[in-house]
Design a binder for this molecule. Structure first.
Ligand code: SF4
Ligand code: SF4
Length: 119
């Protein structure tokens, strides 16, 4: 199949788009791509020694770093692959189901509503 000129890709028909083609590479950070994660890495700051093994291993650049130290996890882009949890030797990362997070958030919201009713 002959590929149309790259600078005209905005005008391509679906039939003209080659399989696996990426028109604008390197734009993933502009979108929330962690929404379909089923498992969530949880960071225990007190155990973390900022060895950066998780940072090196993360395929989605979702380990947040400031001044050479880990400061958190970017859940907007983390896909929940678990590689960081596997690589951490300091028990500073664990892996939980996203359902547990939702359940905890629901309980927190219910507790806030109850307190507001009592006030
Ligand atoms: S691998 Fe573990 S100890 Fe090292 S930076 Fe990541 S969370 Fe911290
Ligand atoms: S679970 Fe995977 S994508 Fe998420 S922070 Fe860890 S290594 Fe990165």
């Amino acid at each position: 199949m002959k590929m149309p000129a790259l600078d005209t890709f905005d005008e391509w028909t679906p039939e003209e788009i080659p399989t696996g083609f990426v028109a604008n590479a390197g734009t993933a950070d502009q979108y929330v791509t962690g929404g379909w994660r089923s498992m969530r890495p949880v960071w225990f700051k007190d155990n973390c020694v900022s060895c950066m093994m998780c940072f090196l291993a993360c395929p989605d650049s979702s380990i947040e770093v400031e001044d050479g130290k880990m400061v958190g996890i970017d859940y907007d882009h983390c896909k929940g692959c678990g590689v960081c949890v596997h690589e951490c030797r300091f028990k500073a990362l664990d892996f939980i189901r996203e359902e547990e997070v939702v359940h905890e958030e629901e309980e927190e919201i219910a507790s806030v509503i109850e307190k507001a009713k009592e006030a």
